[in-house]
Design a protein around this ligand. Structure first.
Ligand SMILES: *Cc1c(COP(=O)(O)O)cnc(C)c1O
Length: 393
């Protein structure tokens, strides 16, 4: 058998990630590979750090991309900050908070869980109760934008509560970075991780992280070595650090980093505030269309993420068939529910480059057509007009 080159179909990616990659990013990634200690590459690394600081709104010196996906950024934060025996308060209101608990326990820490219903933001009062009851807790961890439900939590309030009780904070900003307002320094977030494949419009596989001085101090004063050699920031800092020795740690994913650099240049050109406003504007149009169709949102309006729309469908709908029809007929991917939300919601992503008028109108029109053909109980033929009205209002 002869296996030939792989040519993926061209899709529109409107799920929970990966999202559509900006063609400029793909073009940048096709540029010649150079050595990872080549001065030209080192110059690009410095620019990438500067651009990441802008995206995160931070002056943190330890701001860099981890050479692995968002999950590895998560693990980098926990592996470095949690020492065996440390009590960590983990707020969970979806899938990703559960992974934080796993991380704490695998680092030998004790996770104190603050649970909120899926689809709701993290409740600051519950966090404060847990902080008051656990005065020996060292860290508070939570997800800013829960991709599994489409709910956003008030990071600034949660961080200030944690600090009031002398805890450091670890914040998951995988889906929020570039899509929703996020201000690392102003909100005094101590450790944060994100991903390239959601609102940065870059390919999957890189995780931007940032640590402030308080977090670095905890890492440098550990009594035990970080269990993971690869993620030990004491070692990685020598490679990525300012004026560091640039000594070999691992071979950086050169071309993937060209892509990240380009995606951050694009973000800088647009301006963060404009990117946030674009995500919101397209969300409003999608919302108008979804509601005109007679479908409803899973999350209360005040807590909704513009970049991740969790939609409830009509009773009795074969939701998996709808998604496969969208993929087969329109080459359009939307997301299924994750974990306990499987079979209950669709997750329509409007992330990064994918957050545009064409995608909103295309998705609403395609969903309308598929649901109408399947005989679903919706208001047919109304969604696209409602979205257009939202754009012109
Ligand atoms: C996608 C996501 C992750 C994991 O990122 P990967 O790149 O898939 O490893 C972590 N947290 C949240 C909130 C996410 O949406």
């Amino acid at each position: 058998m002869t296996i030939s080159s792989f040519h993926p179909p061209v899709r529109t990616l409107m799920g929970p990630g990966p999202s559509d990659v900006n063609p400029r990013v793909l073009e940048a990634m096709a540029r010649p590979t150079i050595g990872h200690l080549d001065p030209a590459f080192v110059g690009m690394m410095d620019e990438t750090k500067t651009l990441l600081k802008y995206a995160f709104q931070t002056e943190n010196k330890l701001t860099m991309p981890v050479s692995a996906p968002g999950s590895a950024g998560m693990e980098t934060c926990f592996a470095n900050l949690v020492e065996p025996g440390d009590k960590v308060i983990v707020c969970q209101n979806g899938v990703f908070g559960g992974r934080m608990k796993e991380n704490v326990e695998r680092c030998g820490g004790e996770a104190i869980m603050v649970l909120d219903d899926w689809g709701k933001p993290v409740d600051p009062d519950k966090l404060e109760t847990a902080l008051a009851e656990n005065s020996d807790a060292k860290i508070v961890a939570f997800v800013h934008a829960e991709t599994s439900t489409g709910a956003i939590s008030d990071a600034q309030v949660l961080v200030s509560l944690a600090h009031k009780y002398d805890c450091l904070t670890i914040v998951d900003a995988v889906t929020s970075l570039g899509g929703s307002p996020l201000k690392v320094d102003k909100w005094e977030i101590d450790a944060i991780y994100s991903g390239t494949q959601k609102c940065l419009s870059c390919t999957p596989g890189i995780s931007p992280v940032s640590f402030n001085e308080r977090a670095i101090e905890k890492i440098q004063n550990r009594k035990t070595k970080v269990q993971s050699w690869f993620m030990d920031l004491n070692l990685v800092m020598d490679y990525w650090g300012d004026g560091g020795s640039r000594s070999y740690h691992h071979t950086a994913p050169i071309n993937a980093l060209y892509g990240l650099h380009e995606s951050l240049v694009i973000l800088q050109e647009e301006g963060l505030e404009n990117a946030w406003a674009r995500h919101d504007n397209n969300h409003q149009a999608l919302k108008a269309g979804v509601e005109a169709m007679g479908l409803s949102f899973f999350v209360d309006e005040a807590d909704r993420l513009p970049q991740l729309n969790a939609i409830q469908f009509p009773e009795g709908t074969d939701e998996a068939k709808v998604r496969s029809e969208l993929l087969n007929r329109y080459s359009l991917e939307i997301g299924a529910g994750l974990g306990p939300m499987a079979g209950k919601i669709w997750r329509i992503g409007l992330m990064g480059f994918a957050s545009n008028q064409k995608n909103v109108l295309n998705c609403l029109g395609a969903l309308d057509a598929v649901l109408t053909d399947m005989g679903a109980d919706i208001n047919s033929g109304k969604a696209v007009n409602a979205a257009m009205a939202s754009y012109s209002s």
